[in-house]
Design a protein around this ligand. Structure first.
Ligand SMILES: [Zn+2]
Length: 193
């Protein structure tokens, strides 16, 4: 049943439960800030940083230089066209893909989400930022779409790009992070290779 004020009913857990962590390591593809493409790379980086800043107000995020340490990896790349069940394909500006991994942290094996996020640079600055805000919502565990176009996690974006998390986004996030999860917890032994 729909709960006023949030969209928990559209959120889907992974095969191993709600893919959330109490602390996230985030890697952003380094940009070359020299040469002819520098202006566009800087624009992309600033838009992604702005979106990350929104999430950082509500989640403990740490930027890491080494992609192997990250659970969220953000790349400056247009996602490949998506094949639809109808046989047609669809272009999109962003995509987040969830994988589950068992990884050693400080000598302890833990179950973690690992999310690859592609953000296309072929958009206006505000659109890049809105795309990043939305795809990062998936990355941080909001795997579902809100029916309301004013939410960052809207299924269908409205006329204006959403650059701030709405009260419903935040209420849904609070609910999600209140759910029990196995992610981040130690697992009994190393995976069988
Ligand atoms: Zn989405």
């Amino acid at each position: 049943m729909e709960t006023p004020g949030d969209y928990r009913h559209v959120l889907a857990p992974s095969a191993a439960g709600w893919p959330v962590l109490s602390h996230w390591c985030v890697w952003v593809e380094p940009q070359s800030l020299e040469g002819p493409a520098a202006r566009f790379q800087l624009l992309w980086l600033q838009a992604v940083e702005a979106a990350l800043g929104q999430w950082q107000e509500h989640l403990p995020l740490q930027r890491v230089e080494d992609p192997r340490r990250a659970q969220v990896l953000i790349r400056r790349e247009r996602p490949p066209r998506q094949q639809l069940p109808t046989g047609r394909s669809r272009a999109s500006h962003g995509r987040a893909t969830l994988n589950l991994q068992i990884t050693a942290r400080l000598g302890v094996w833990r179950l973690e989400p690992r999310v690859e996020v592609l953000i296309s640079p072929h958009q206006r600055r505000a659109a890049i930022e809105a795309t990043a805000l939305h795809e990062l919502g998936h990355a941080f565990g909001l795997w579902g779409h809100s029916p309301d176009p004013d939410d960052a996690m809207a299924a269908v974006p409205g006329a204006d790009p959403v650059l701030r998390l709405s009260p419903r986004d935040l209420a849904s996030l609070r609910w999600l992070y209140g759910q029990p999860t196995r992610f981040g917890a130690p697992v009994p032994s190393a995976p069988v290779p």
